[in-house]
Design a protein around this ligand. Structure first.
Ligand code: HEC
Length: 131
């Protein structure tokens, strides 16, 4: 009898485990700002001290922009042609799209503790390293 109960419960338990794992992941994202603020080694992602465009690029943007995932313009040597048509509308407009998001490009490139200036600096870095 006990083992039958276990059989009936286990799919429900599985669903609950998956749901709580998803909740945990979401909570982790929400906690990210706090974690970054508390961890000196990761303060690079904050504006005030030691913001580093390359480091923040690696953390927030690299996943999509190194591979061209979802049509993201690729960053890196030899990728100037990916950026030329985008730059036709001017640097300011390109930076604004990084801040606000465009199509599948998420707002702030998912760097939610980046300021507008941080994002502009990252775009500079992306352009400079895509020549
Ligand atoms: C989830 C994937 C993803 C992440 C993460 C991401 N991007 Fe993008 N990005 C895209 C895609 C896709 C496009 C192309 C959007 C379009 O034009 O349709 C894009 C386009 C851009 C553009 C060009 C905008 C224009 O006007 O043409 C810039 C600049 C940019 N991203 C900056 C960033 C920065 C800075 C970060 C990190 C802070 C970042 N992205 C993170 C997917 C991503």
């Amino acid at each position: 009898m006990l083992s039958m109960k276990k059989l009936v419960l286990s799919p429900i338990l599985q669903v609950m485990l998956i749901a709580s794992a998803a909740l945990f992941a979401t909570a982790n994202i929400a906690d990210d700002n706090l974690t970054v603020a508390k961890t000196p080694a990761l303060q690079l992602a904050a504006l005030s001290e030691g913001f580093d465009a390359e480091q923040t690029y690696m953390l927030s943007c690299f996943a999509c922009h190194s591979t061209g995932a979802a049509g993201a313009p690729k960053v890196g040597a030899g990728n100037a042609a990916e950026w030329e048509p985008r730059m036709e509308k001017g640097l300011e407009a390109v930076v604004a799209n990084a801040i606000n998001g465009i199509n599948t490009m998420p707002p702030k490139g998912l760097c939610f503790n980046c300021t507008d200036d941080d994002l502009a600096a990252i775009v500079d870095y992306m352009l400079a390293s895509s020549k």
